[in-house]
Structure formats: structure tokens, C-alpha cells
Design a protein. Structure first.
Length: 94
């Protein structure tokens, strides 16, 4: 049986930090409420927020946060991702 990685609650609670980072790259009106989080290998956590950009239904703003040497949480990366890569289809040549 595979166990889930242990999650630092301070990372799960880093919504204000994640939102501040998102608001540096996209207007606040394009970011919806917190949706969930994904524990990542190495102890980081990806916080997901609903997306309100037209043309991207089912996509989430994703902000990966971590703590280094017991410091406060910091942002590693942020991106707009679909719910699942398996839902993407590649264009075909006509």
C-alpha cells in the first residue's frame, strides 16, 4: 500500500500568499475561490483555485508552495492547468 506524503498545514493555509502571486500575473477577477490542494513529492503543495477566464472551462490556477529550512512558505511556481491532461485533445491534420 502506498502512503500519502505528509502535508505541512502551513502550506495548505498559504492561500493569501498564493493569491498575491496570482494577482501579479492575472487580474483578481480571473481567480475564483480555492478548490483543493495536491500534495507533491518533496513536501511542496499545489494549491488550486477556480479559473474564471473565458475559454478555459475546467482549468485551475495552480500555485505550488514550499518551505525551505523551516522558513515561511514561498511560491515555487504558478500556472493555469486543465483538470487532467487526459482531457486534452491534440489537433488533427485535415
Amino acid at each position: 500500500m502506498t502512503s500519502k506524503p505528509e502535508v505541512d498545514q502551513r502550506l495548505i493555509d498559504a492561500h493569501d500568499l498564493a493569491l498575491a502571486a496570482l494577482h501579479e500575473i492575472t487580474p483578481p477577477s480571473t481567480v475564483g475561490p480555492a478548490a483543493d490542494y495536491i500534495p507533491e513529492e518533496g513536501g511542496s503543495v499545489s494549491l488550486r483555485f477556480e479559473n474564471r477566464l473565458p475559454g478555459y472551462p475546467g482549468w485551475f490556477w495552480t500555485v505550488t508552495v514550499a518551505r525551505v529550512d523551516d522558513e515561511e512558505p514561498t511560491v515555487l511556481e504558478l500556472e493555469l492547468l486543465p483538470v487532467s491532461y487526459t482531457h486534452l485533445t491534440l489537433p488533427t491534420k485535415a
